[in-house]
Write a protein that binds this ligand. Structure first.
Ligand code: HEM
Length: 400
């Protein structure tokens, strides 16, 4: 790859392991043109600069997804989606969400999360035999946690996961017209369901996050109905998919080398350090996009207004300028915190919940299934998938 040759971002969706490609790209410069008119940011310092730059906006990203969307739930959702907002809407919605989704609420949930992870892991241990860790554990815990947080009846959570899966193509970059039509219809069903839930909570408020969002108020300001619906849908989807990927991607890295798993089991590596390294080493959200509204110089590149930046968090997390031997899995390593939850105004609001869930899951798995391993060398390559920005495993077969 030469420094002048534009980089084809779609390569990332076609390779099982994007990290050698990202390392090669970074070696030719921290900010590089892509074939579709974006700039790919791979350096850690440059990614930080882009994410905290006041001239870099998020709302123009929604325009791409809004194009051709009919009036209705799908369009409303894109217009009000918190991570596509800029000032003045963004700080207003974010601060109202923060009054409901507090660190205290996350801390209070921790014992419940730990007990849930423990029960599920103990169930897997009792059953024995090969199990798909993605479907039977990595998905279950975050999905139960977000349902508990929003107080969605447990029997309904598969329906909500299905809504969230069916609406996901709305954020796809290569969505066919048929997929889009289906996703638009699914968004109507999703919002109708969430609307009923909000009405029920308005009539009989509880101790849950939806009731708190309905009540959230700052200086006489409140969340509007479309904002509430969009937040509820975003929280449900954001709340479980990336956490599942963080955990399953990370466990697959541990199982690549039996000594790694053993180090967690015998306590040479602590669970929080291991989860911290999961975040850096196998970044679940590989990139975020920002659009500069004014010309800027980033990593020596002259970026024009409206030329979108694809900030490759996964590449920044392996930048040798800030991490010693970045391709080695080393829990407790020195270096800045990884950028997996982004940085600045849109820093992930679920970061501490996601960490606490992944720690509870890993702690439970190590306690209940200390002999965890993959059932023999598999002829099939691991089923990695990169859908849009999200990188994860479809399955991970393990034996207790
Ligand atoms: C490992 C798990 C997770 C990862 C890797 C992750 C990653 C991210 C990233 C990269 C962003 C920034 C998006 C951008 O700048 O465009 C973000 C934003 C956000 N995340 Fe997460 N997330 C995770 C878990 C969660 C959970 C569990 C929740 C909630 C229950 C959550 C809620 C949010 C919200 C509401 C935002 C938007 C914040 C804003 O725009 O101000 N996330 N997340």
């Amino acid at each position: 790859m030469s420094a002048d040759e534009p980089f084809d971002l779609s390569v990332l969706e076609r390779v099982a392991d994007p990290y050698p490609v990202l390392a090669e790209l970074r070696s030719t410069g921290p900010v590089r043109r892509t074939t579709d008119g974006f700039w790919a940011v791979t350096g850690h310092a440059e990614a930080l600069d882009a994410l905290r730059h006041p001239g870099c906006a998020s709302s123009p990203i929604a325009l791409r997804f809004l194009d051709g969307l009919p009036e209705g739930a799908a369009r409303d959702e894109m217009v009000h989606r918190i991570n596509f907002l800029d000032p003045p809407d963004h700080p207003r919605v974010r601060s109202l969400l923060s009054t409901a989704f507090t660190p205290r609420r996350v801390t209070a949930l921790r014992p419940w999360v730990e007990a849930t992870a423990q029960d599920l892991a103990a169930g897997l241990a009792r059953r024995g035999g090969p199990v798909d860790l993605v479907a039977e554990f990595a998905h279950q815990v975050p999905s139960l946690v977000i349902s508990e947080l929003l107080d969605v009846p447990v029997g309904e959570r598969d329906r909500l996961t299905e809504f969230s899966d069916r609406t996901a193509p709305l954020l796809g970059l290569r969505t066919s017209p048929a997929q889009r039509t289906a996703a638009v219809a699914a968004a109507e069903e999703f919002h109708a369901y969430l609307g009923d839930l909000l009405d029920a909570r308005a009539a009989a408020p509880g101790d849950d996050l939806l009731s708190a969002l309905l009540a959230a108020e700052a200086e006489g300001d409140r969340l509007t109905r479309p904002e509430l619906l969009s937040l509820a849908a975003t929280l449900y989807s954001a709340g479980h998919r990336t956490t599942r990927d963080l955990f399953a991607n990370g466990v697959s890295v541990l199982l690549d080398d039996p000594d790694r798993w053993q180090r967690v089991v015998d306590g040479r590596w602590t669970v929080p350090d291991v989860v911290g390294e999961f975040l850096r080493f196998e970044t679940p959200t590989l990139y975020v996009v920002r659009v500069p509204l004014e010309p800027m110089v980033l990593g020596g590149a002259e970026v024009g207004p409206w030329e979108p930046l694809v900030v490759l968090l996964g590449a920044a997390n392996r930048d040798p300028a800030v991490y010693d031997a970045p391709d080695e899995f080393r829990p407790g390593r020195a270096g800045p915190p990884p950028l997996s939850f982004a940085f600045g105004a849109h820093y992930c609001l679920g970061a501490s919940l996601a960490r606490s869930e992944a720690e509870a899951m890993l702690g439970a798995l190590v306690a209940e299934l200390p002999g965890l391993h993959e059932p023999g060398p598999s002829a099939a390559p691991r089923p990695w998938r990169q859908r849009g920005a999200f990188r994860g495993l479809d399955h991970l077969l393990v034996t207790a």
